[in-house]
Design a protein around this ligand. Structure first.
Ligand code: SAM
Ligand code: SF4
Ligand code: FES
Length: 348
């Protein structure tokens, strides 16, 4: 079954849910190796050897939400909360531009302190640096999304987290899967390049759920997909659950390269946290992007969405040099320019 589905993928045929499940279930050894080889060759064909670096500024760890997995959830009182002032965010972005990053990602908890106009002002300043801007600040109103798009934001990252609506609703008190999809649709309508994605290895999640994640990403026609393992945080309701499997994560990333070939796929910080060579392996199994940390070092330890996050004691330059070495050692090269969508221009 695996072999037939892999052959379909190699021929570029549209994969069914059953095919996707077969690929995700690749057995350790020859099957996994074959899946990874095909994913790497598709990556080379559609994305080339460039690895794009997106500098991430984690500008606030205040959050009004209570996601069951996340260390930033509002209920976690054992966390020193911080907020970067607009001029400090712009300064961090300037440092990123100087380090050669073509994209600046602004990420935070859901923090209403940054009103629509406040964040729009920050975006306008950062756009003057000549970089692409990606927002990753959660669910907001359509008007706010529109304001930020007008201010120059290019992309928006909002993971759907899981395509299993019941599981989503269980893990996100006060939120709903329908509202999540509504936000993603607004972002699409407003002309953002849209990134979504899911967590791998959530308690109760099945291989079928993960296949549905990839099918949803295909339906959303995403420009980017963040696919990372679940890592339990002790100060959360899921603190006692096991972490997601790294091997399963690689199979999801590789299969994603076959299901949504034109999507940018990051080698996530979470795989780097679970294994020292985690990001290198992800880059050899379908991924083509890395998101180095640009947050000023003194705040990094407090943006612990999960424990043991990498790069907590490093500074922006350290991560830049570390990644340049990593990319070179893999025989790849650093991406130039903003690294916009890989999708071929479609004749309407
Ligand atoms: N607050 C915004 C949001 O939720 O979209 C952006 C920041 S949030 C920290 C970014 C991502 O972190 C989430 O989409 C979620 O997938 C991921 N995340 C949070 N806690 C995690 C955990 N314990 N393990 C793996 N991923 C986690
Ligand atoms: Fe807040 Fe995002 Fe963490 Fe949920 S995942 S608690 S919205 S920071
Ligand atoms: Fe931060 Fe390697 S990416 S030290």
């Amino acid at each position: 079954e695996f072999a037939a589905s892999l052959e379909k993928a190699a021929a570029g045929a549209e994969l069914t849910r059953k095919d996707i499940i077969n690929l995700l279930a690749a057995a350790p050894g020859a099957e996994e190796e074959a899946l990874y080889r095909l994913a790497d060759s598709v990556r080379a064909r559609v994305a080339g050897d460039e690895v794009h670096l997106r500098g991430v500024i984690e500008f606030s760890n205040y959050c009004r939400r209570r996601c069951y997995y996340c260390g930033l959830r509002a209920d976690n009182v054992n966390l020193q909360r911080y907020r970067l002032m607009p001029e400090d965010i712009v300064a961090a972005a300037r440092r990123g531009a100087e380090l050669g990053y073509g994209t600046i990602v602004l990420q935070s908890g859901e923090d209403p302190w940054y009103t629509g106009p406040v964040l729009a002002g920050i975006i306008r300043e950062i756009k003057k640096l000549g970089v692409a801007v990606t927002l990753c600040v959660g669910e907001r109103t359509r008007d706010e999304y529109a304001l930020w798009r007008e201010a120059g934001a290019d992309r928006y990252l909002l993971k759907h987290e899981t395509a299993n609506a019941a599981l989503y609703n269980r893990l996100h008190p006060g939120m709903s899967w329908q509202e999540r999809l509504q936000c993603l649709q607004w972002l699409r309508e407003l002309g953002y390049q849209v990134g979504s994605g899911n967590i791998i290895g959530l308690p109760g999640q099945t291989l079928e759920d993960l296949a549905d994640d990839l099918i949803l990403l295909r339906e959303l026609d995403v420009e980017m997909a963040g696919l990372g393992p679940f890592i339990p945080h002790p100060a959360t309701p899921l603190g006692g659950e096991p972490a997601g499997s790294l091997d399963l994560t690689y199979r999801v990333v590789a299969t994603a390269r076959l299901v949504i070939p034109y999507a940018h796929l990051p080698a996530t910080t979470a795989v780097g946290t679970l294994a020292p060579n985690g990001r290198q392996l992800a880059l050899q199994r379908g991924a083509n992007v890395i998101m180095p940390n640009l947050t000023p070092t003194r705040y990094r330890a407090d943006y612990q969405i999960y424990p043991n996050k990498i790069c907590i004691n490093e500074g922006p330059e350290d991560c830049r040099h570390c990644l340049e070495g990593m990319v070179r050692a893999l025989g790849r090269r650093l991406g130039r320019g903003p690294g916009h969508t890989l999708k071929p221009l479609r004749v309407q």
